[in-house]
Design a protein around this ligand. Structure first.
Ligand code: FAD
Length: 449
């Protein structure tokens, strides 16, 4: 049975994940009436974003999201990252800029907290049993799971916050397939201590990077990146992790990881890459993972998504929103792509690039600061990013790392070539990615559903 449009709202938001909720809160604060539709009424525990950079935290604070109850350890304020090189050399410590911190919390707790903040607003109607299945300009059709009936609402603007498999994105004609990068295995270690509490740890000696941080008072979260071919070829995934990942860790952590692997079922998610190049149209703007996503190594997904939500609420026009987000997401995204490629590949060229990056960080404190300003979301200027990037490349190709200049140049160049190809993907003219280099957005066509 189909009910006619009964609800009139300024904005309908599809999806009440972290970004959809924040978009609802931000738009409601700007005076709009908002209806938020979610197909999954009970947010489930899933292996997803837990580390927020200072720029993401700042947006949550701006909208008074209660965070104290989410801070489940003395180390919830992330201080930065410690990188453990693959050559067993001394770890490199990258601190957030002075006076700044990130925030670490359980993903489920964060979503619950955002949903309850949204529900407390007089301007927001939350429909938690609503699976959106059809859209046209100004009309959202959904299956009401409580009554098993089809319903409609009328909205001046329909925001897609429906995550990686966004139906709005594909209805708008954006059907590019994501690129599968690797698999991420999530493991929770009990009663383990980290060498640098309060920091995210990145261990680079295993077949893929291992990221660890304290997720709660008694829990250290380990995220194990497993290359696609290694994952698919492994008969028993647990044996693979026990034999090839555990031994690369400091002994205490290796022991805690082995216990957790024996005890718990594996939680696995694909790591995929979809460039953040399409923000929807003026009738159907997109925010969060519905825009695009990349490898979680740099933990940027939620920070970028929260800024999408904030920018949407502040912007007077869709063009203003789109221009701001295209410009400001570009550098964090290429940093994520370049660092993941450099840290995950095992060829000689990539090893030399890694060496150059370690050397750059050790030799130039200004580069450590710059990397963290980029990660913290404070630096989104492409020229500043490229200064660091090219200084790293220069170190790699001028042979200051290895004695054999000629060999090294030969080995580094193909690796740079393939990183360059990925960067090119981000910069493709068809995806309007040339904006950061100064071209205009006015030629963009808005497509309709
Ligand atoms: C393993 C892993 C680790 C990560 N670690 C980090 C990290 O440390 N830091 C970080 O910042 N980011 C991290 N990320 C990324 C982060 O989790 C995402 O960027 C973030 O969750 C995106 O939020 P979202 O609200 O855009 O989408 P989602 O969280 O996917 O929410 C989308 C919502 O839309 C709903 N929905 C979908 N379709 C419909 C429909 N048709 N009708 C109604 N509702 C619908 C879904 O049920 C869902 O609730 C990680 C990701 C992964 C996979």
């Amino acid at each position: 049975m189909r009910h006619p449009s009964q609800v009139l709202t300024d904005t309908a938001i599809i999806g009440a994940g972290p970004v959809g909720c924040l978009a609802a809160i931000a738009l409601a604060e700007s005076g709009q009436s908002v209806t938020m539709l979610e197909s999954n009424p009970y947010p489930t525990k899933k292996f997803a974003g837990e580390w927020l950079h200072p720029a993401g935290l700042e947006v949550l604070q701006k909208y008074d999201i209660p965070l104290d109850s989410l801070a489940d350890s003395d180390y919830a304020r992330g201080k930065g990252f410690v990188i453990y090189p693959d050559d067993d050399s001394e770890p490199v410590c990258l601190d957030y800029p002075a006076g700044e911190s990130g925030f670490v919390c359980d993903h489920l707790g964060l979503v619950k907290s955002l949903r309850s903040k949204a529900e407390s607003s007089n301007n927001i109607t939350f429909l938690p049993f609503a699976e959106v299945n059809r859209l046209e300009k100004g009309i959202v059709s959904y299956q009401d799971k409580t009554t098993d009936s089809l319903r409609e609402i009328s909205a001046s603007q329909i925001v897609g916050a429906d995550g990686r498999r966004s139906m709005i994105r594909s209805k708008l004609g954006e059907n590019r397939r994501p690129r599968l990068l690797s698999y991420m295995v999530g493991v929770s270690l009990d009663a383990a201590s980290l060498p640098h509490e309060g920091y995210g740890h990145v261990f680079l000696k295993a077949p893929g990077p291992i990221i660890m941080y304290r997720a709660a008072k008694n829990t250290v979260r380990a995220c194990l990146d497993v290359p696609v071919h290694v994952f698919r070829d492994a008969g028993c995934k647990k044996t693979l992790l026990l034999e090839e990942y555990c031994p690369t860790l400091p002994p205490d952590l290796a022991h805690a990881m082995a216990i957790a692997l024996e005890r718990d079922p594996l939680s696995v998610r694909p790591n995929q890459f979809m460039p953040r190049s399409f923000y929807g149209t003026d009738d159907f703007p997109l925010v969060g993972d519905a825009v695009g996503y990349h490898h979680p190594l740099t933990a940027m997904g939620m920070t970028l998504g929260f800024h999408d939500a904030d920018a949407l609420a502040r912007s007077h026009t869709f063009r203003e929103f789109e221009r701001e987000r295209l410009t400001r997401s570009y550098v964090p995204e290429i940093l994520a792509v370049a660092l993941y490629e450099a840290f995950s590949r095992k060829d000689k060229g990539a090893r030399d690039i890694r060496q150059a990056i370690y050397q750059m960080w050790r030799k130039y404190p200004v580069e450590r600061t710059r990397t963290m300003r980029l990660l913290a979301g404070e630096e989104t200027n492409f020229l500043r990013f490229s200064q660091s990037f090219f200084r790293g490349i220069q170190l790699a190709v001028t042979g200051s790392v290895s004695a054999s200049l000629r060999m090294q140049q030969l080995q580094v160049l193909p690796t740079l070539g393939s990183i360059g190809k990925l960067l090119y993907l981000l910069a493709k003219p068809s995806s309007s990615r040339l904006v950061p280099f100064g071209s205009s957005l006015t030629g963009l066509k808005s497509r309709r559903v």
